[in-house]
Write a protein that binds this ligand. Structure first.
Ligand SMILES: CC(C)(COP(=O)(O)OP(=O)(O)OC[C@H]1O[C@@H](n2cnc3c(N)ncnc32)[C@H](O)[C@@H]1O)[C@@H](O)C(=O)NCCC(=O)NCCS
Ligand SMILES: Nc1ncnc2c1ncn2[C@@H]1O[C@H](COP(=O)(O)OP(=O)(O)OP(=O)(O)O)[C@@H](O)[C@H]1O
Length: 196
């Protein structure tokens, strides 16, 4: 079974693109969601995060995500320490999930793919891109985030230029219908590449 990595900067539309693959019957693993679930349920992760950021990082047994975000997105050392707690647990969870799937390929969607080693476990990779202004507009509508909060996250991600060098395919996500058609074409290409 092939693993197709799907990534893109914050607000580029990764999850939207992943949704088009799901409509084609392809199993999706969303690393952001898995990280969220593991932070909510794993005592080991909770203990490590409290050790790192203090008691205020969890409230009533659940992570205070806004508080943790305020600690990490302006401090790359702290972000790396958080990544080192969460990413290995997500990688193990993904392997387990993958072993239960029955499909020609699966999609592994992650915000951080090329920045860490995740892409090395992928047979193919897809980068989703969108213009800066469009990303800001979409995120401000979706999350009511400030430009400063969005840019703090962008600053901890590689530029599209750098990611493009490693990606096998790029989807420029401008208009939803066009993106949907692009996904259908890629689906055919991926299925054919698996037969070689
Ligand atoms: C800091 C946290 C608690 C903030 O939570 P919040 O609900 O505000 O954001 P959420 O997790 O939904 O992520 C939203 C977007 O932020 C950006 N982002 C998240 N984690 C990272 C990271 N480690 N590096 C750079 N950008 C990131 C991505 O564009 C992502 O799509 C959370 O993002 C986190 O635990 N991040 C570290 C773990 C991680 O890398 N998760 C992502 C995939 S495994
Ligand atoms: N082509 C498009 N045209 C207009 N809006 C779009 C388009 N694609 C995605 N959106 C909207 O933009 C927002 C961000 O998209 P999405 O959640 O898919 O991005 P993401 O890359 O997964 O974001 P994040 O990095 O925050 O997880 C959503 O509200 C989505 O509905």
């Amino acid at each position: 079974m092939m693993v197709v990595g799907l990534t893109g900067g914050i607000g580029s539309g990764k999850t939207t693109v992943a949704g088009f693959f799901r409509e084609l019957g392809i199993p999706l693993y969303i690393a952001d969601d898995a990280a969220r679930r593991l932070m909510n349920t794993s005592e080991e992760i909770r203990d490590k995060i409290i050790n790192l950021f203090g008691e205020a990082s969890y409230k009533d047994g659940l992570p205070d995500r806004k508080y943790i975000a305020s600690k990490v997105f302006n401090n790359s050392t702290q972000l790396n320490l958080l990544n080192d707690i969460i990413h290995p647990a997500v990688a193990r969870d993904f392997k387990n999930w993958q072993s239960l799937q029955d499909a020609p390929y699966v999609i592994y969607e992650a915000a951080i793919l090329f920045e860490k080693d995740g892409y090395k476990n992928c047979d193919l990779t897809i980068l989703v891109t969108a213009p800066y202004e469009e990303k800001i507009k979409r995120l401000r509508e979706r999350d009511q985030s400030s430009v400063e909060e969005i840019e703090a996250r962008m600053n901890n991600q590689w530029s599209d230029e750098k990611k493009r060098k490693l990606a096998d395919f790029e989807i420029e996500n401008l208009h939803r219908e066009q993106t949907g058609r692009h996904v259908e074409n890629l689906h055919d290409i991926i299925l054919k590449s698996g037969k070689n």
